[in-house]
Design a binder for this molecule. Structure first.
Ligand SMILES: NC(=O)c1ccc[n+]([C@@H]2O[C@H](COP(=O)([O-])OP(=O)(O)OC[C@H]3O[C@@H](n4cnc5c(N)ncnc54)[C@H](OP(=O)(O)O)[C@@H]3O)[C@@H](O)[C@H]2O)c1
Length: 267
């Protein structure tokens, strides 16, 4: 039997970290060897699984880390610490941290020359497939009108969602244009007739909706609807674990979820 992957989770006490911990303890592909939090964290030194006081403890010291794959959902500062460890120990890094500025992006790009690195702003495998299908549909139906509708819970602060924008970007690229040129985010009053080639966005907010995205391709007398509905936030943790298992066997390089899907499609 192959050895389990020695896994560290960075940002382990957060929402995503805890979702990962819950999954990883049932997953024989992994051995959880470190659960990292900042030195200032109230969780530092406490048991990761409260009902098992002798089990692994949350810790902040990267010198004690022994993982060959790190999953990071912490924040830009935490990501930098994870990156330094992975470069020094040639470990693979899966990160879902958002809010990455240009200088951190450059560090990630440089690190990917030395370690396998996968960064994704959305770890849902279903959304990754939706993006693929949308690219195909946008290319096959170049003259059809494209509208993207998204729905999220009422606490979400940004709009349209990053995922809706990523879908729009993928379709725009396929059609040789960009959102900067062709997106329409607001229609109010008398916006006039729909401009051919534009990509419209519509946003719904309310209740406890985890995340729903639909791309509508509207032709004459027919339409195609491509939809994804998330019903549970654990999909992001599930996707990150799939990515970690896949990335552990990769050569150094910069990967995304679509590379993983491509490898599956190719068998
Ligand atoms: N790509 C995706 O699919 C996806 C999905 C959801 C979230 N995210 C992103 O993932 C990140 C975390 O999200 P979340 O919702 O889990 O946030 P959260 O609940 O606020 O958790 C953040 C975690 O990171 C820890 N942390 C903060 N600074 C750190 C540092 N310097 N070193 C190590 N750990 C540090 C926090 O520790 P303490 O709180 O214990 O101090 C906490 O455990 C955000 O950037 C978020 O946007 C991505």
């Amino acid at each position: 039997m192959t050895q389990p992957i020695r896994l560290a989770i960075n940002g382990a006490s957060g929402r995503m970290g805890r979702a990962l911990l819950a999954l990883v303890r049932e997953d024989k592909r992994f051995e959880l060897v470190n659960a990292l939090v900042p030195a200032t964290s109230a969780h530092n030194g406490t048991p990761v699984f409260a009902e098992l006081p002798a089990s692994l403890r949350y810790a902040h010291d990267w010198n004690a880390v022994t993982a060959n794959v790190v999953i990071d959902f912490s924040g830009p500062d935490g990501l930098i610490a994870a990156l330094d460890y992975c470069i020094a120990h040639k470990a693979a890094l899966v990160t879902g941290t958002t809010g990455i500025d240009a200088s951190l992006q450059t560090r990630l790009d440089q690190a990917a020359q030395r370690i396998p690195l996968l960064h994704a702003a959305n770890f849902s495998l279903g959304v990754a497939v939706l993006k693929r299908l949308l690219r195909q549909a946008a290319a096959a139906l170049p003259d059809w009108d494209l509208e993207i509708i998204e729905a999220h819970h009422g606490r979400k602060e940004d709009a349209p969602s990053g995922t809706a924008l990523a879908l729009g970007n993928a379709a725009a690229e396929t059609r040789g244009t960009s959102l900067a040129k062709d997106a329409v985010y607001v229609r109010e009053g008398r916006p006039g007739a729909r401009r051919s080639g534009s990509i419209g966005f519509a946003v719904v907010r309310g209740g406890d909706v985890v995340g729903e995205h639909t791309a509508l391709l509207l032709g004459q007398g027919e339409r195609v609807e491509l939809s994804h509905r998330a019903t549970d936030r654990s999909i992001f943790a599930r996707g990150a674990l799939e990515a970690a298992a896949w990335l552990a066997a990769r050569k150094p390089g910069s990967y995304d979820i679509d590379d993983m899907l491509q490898a599956r499609v190719a068998g």
